[in-house]
Write a protein of this length. Structure first.
Length: 277
């Protein structure tokens, strides 16, 4: 099953999400450069803080706590340096650290050095520059997971719609490289089943075809900025996650069908080769 990730800094929402099968709670500290890149787009630009991490951590029993830090940067009047931010996030209880918007091998190397094995690392590939040097990046030791960020990557490639990257083979090519490197990977976000400009069930099927292991539940899956009633939020997560898992069962059944067929082919080929000496 895909690991479902949901972005929130609210402990009560994190608890509801976890109780209904969400695998990772995602606190988002990224602010540097995001407004300039995504201003005017219907995307989430969070106002989360390091303090939120510890508060969310208190309520989690099984879900992993993932934190997206800022891109690699030096200290300014507004921000700690990347090293200081990484240290603070780990001290607050983060189990997985995500590095966004990197463009070079050197940025990834610095990130891995800063984390220093104290937490899992996930790289958010969302620039054409990073895609260009991905082979070199994947040779760096200490990368635990990869994730493709479709919003920024589609902007970088000047696409009209972020899921063009799914249709034109870009995501598939990157996933193939991740798979060859033996690194788990995921991409993009999904809304509730039956909703979205590109319905979630079609995207989930691509996750299975491409061997993905995780996906973000988008803001439209459950927008807690608009819906404040906990009983409604509880229902949204309960029913929404159940429907996602039902689609996944369908995908697994088809995967078993093709795997079983492959085994039949192997057995018959082996028998034919044996008969021919």
């Amino acid at each position: 099953m895909l690991k479902l990730m949901y972005i929130t800094n609210q402990p009560e929402i994190a608890e509801i999400a976890e109780q209904n099968g969400v695998d990772r709670i995602f606190v988002d500290l990224e602010m540097i450069g995001k407004q300039e890149r995504q201003g005017g787009m219907d995307t989430v630009q969070s106002q989360h803080s390091v303090e939120d991490i510890a508060e969310v951590k208190k309520v989690l029993k099984n879900a992993e706590l993932l934190v997206r830090v800022n891109p690699i940067h030096e200290a300014t009047e507004e921000y700690f340096s990347s090293q200081e931010e990484v240290d603070a996030v780990i001290d607050a209880g983060a189990e997985i650290l995500m590095l966004p918007y990197f463009k070079s091998v050197e940025e990834v190397q610095r990130f891995i050095k800063y984390v220093d094995g104290r937490a899992k690392t996930m790289l958010l590939l969302e620039t054409p520059e990073a895609a260009t040097v991905i082979d070199e990046i994947l040779n760096i030791s200490g990368i635990d997971e990869m994730f493709i960020g479709l919003n920024d990557l589609s902007l970088g490639y000047k696409k009209k719609f972020m899921f063009e990257l799914l249709a034109d083979g870009t995501v598939e090519q990157l996933c193939f490289k991740f798979k060859q490197a033996g690194i788990p990977y995921g991409f993009g976000g999904i809304s509730a089943i039956g909703t979205g400009m590109l319905p979630a069930e079609h995207i989930i099927r691509e996750h299975y075809r491409l061997g993905s292991t995780c996906v973000i539940l988008s803001r439209s899956f459950c927008d807690t900025n608009k819906e404040k009633r906990e009983e409604v939020i509880q229902t949204v997560f309960s029913e929404g996650v159940h429907k996602i898992r039902e689609v996944e069962k369908e995908c697994e059944n088809y995967a078993n069908y093709f795997n079983e067929n492959l085994e039949v082919i192997r057995e018959k080929v082996a028998l034919i080769c044996k008969q021919r000496g």
